[in-house]
Design a binder for this molecule. Structure first.
Ligand code: GLU
Length: 322
């Protein structure tokens, strides 16, 4: 089977060194083995999506030398997500939930770290429909997946190694979408990876712990895939690479200074200087090298990428000085 990878930006802000490093790894992983690249704009996250950010991301990526074979926009695919959601509803696998984040936090029996909260199933079986849930709470509900006892998912990540999670014990009934029609990140991402024939997902390791839930959804969609004539769709394999962080060890953000590609462009940096710096951080080039994406094809290897997060401070200094 031909390798198919994807670039899946969310237009919630400008592209910066951190997300470009992950896209670079993803693109090289696909192209270095003659694979195809699918571009998918994940623009379902209103109101966090910023006007103009989608086009700006495309412009930045093209300027940096990225290309792709197919292009999709999630906001144009709502009917597909609704159909998938309906199938899960008919199987009794999803239900509307009106608990706020605070409610869920208060229901924790033990402190849970990170962004993922354990949800004990408070709203399971509580409402007959989304509108009933909405009338009850006056808050927009979310769809949750009713996880069966003993749902343990294990997979071999191409970078992070073996990962195993007892989904019910760790997450409980995890959220699927904050949209009545199912057009939310988690469900849409799983549906699209299946329908777009993605063979491997390369992305940041902030999503590693969310992957077992995505595999659970993908498995549950098998009857729907057969129904729509896509029984051939395969669950992709995964490759989660470390994020770029600030000197404080936290995920790259505005507080770490301006690492936007647009700012480097405006300051006169070349694409090769930016790619060179990111390549050096992956062990494929000496510091200060100027390289195009294509020149990196023969140098690409997952094995030289450091397993710890990369610190952005040095990267910015190197781009600015080149
Ligand atoms: N659109 C997501 C992001 O930009 C990535 C999702 C994924 O790779 O599955 O964070």
């Amino acid at each position: 089977m031909t390798y198919a990878g994807r670039l899946a930006p969310s237009p919630t802000g400008a592209l910066h060194l951190g997300n470009v490093r992950t896209f670079m790894i993803s693109w090289l992983r696909a192209r270095s083995q003659g694979g195809k690249v699918v571009f998918r704009m994940e623009d379902l996250d209103h109101p966090r999506d910023k006007p103009g950010a989608a086009q700006a991301a495309v412009d930045d990526l093209r300027w940096l030398g990225f290309d792709w074979d197919e292009e999709f926009v999630q906001s144009e695919r709502r009917e597909i997500y609704r159909d998938a959601l309906d199938a899960l509803r008919r199987q009794g696998l999803v239900y509307p939930c009106v608990c706020s984040r605070k409610d869920v936090e208060n229901a924790q029996s033990a402190p849970h770290s990170g962004e993922q909260l354990f949800y004990p199933g408070t709203c399971r079986g509580r409402f007959a429909s989304w509108s009933e849930a909405q009338c009850f709470s006056r808050r927009t509900p979310c769809w949750r997946f009713a996880v069966s006892p003993g749902t343990v998912v294990a997979f071999e990540d191409a970078f992070a190694g073996r990962f195993e999670q007892d989904v019910l014990a760790t997450l409980g009934d995890f959220p699927l979408a904050r949209d009545e029609g199912g057009a939310g990140y988690t469900l849409a991402c799983v549906v699209d990876d299946l329908l777009m024939g993605i063979t491997e997902v390369v992305r940041g390791d902030d999503l590693l712990a969310a992957t077992p839930a995505q595999i659970v959804i993908a498995r549950a969609l098998a009857p729907w895939l057969a129904h729509i004539g896509r029984a051939d769709a395969q669950i992709p394999s995964f490759c989660h690479v470390p994020l770029v962080v600030g000197p404080d060890g936290r995920r790259l953000a505005k507080r770490h200074g301006d690492t936007r590609i647009s700012a480097f462009r405006a300051g006169g940096a070349s694409p090769e200087a930016i790619i060179g710096v990111l390549a050096a951080s992956c062990g494929w080039a000496e510091a200060g090298a100027n390289l195009s994406l294509r020149e990196l094809l023969p140098r690409f290897s997952l094995s030289t990428i450091p397993h710890g997060p990369s610190i952005v401070g040095g990267l910015v200094r190197d781009v600015v000085c080149t």
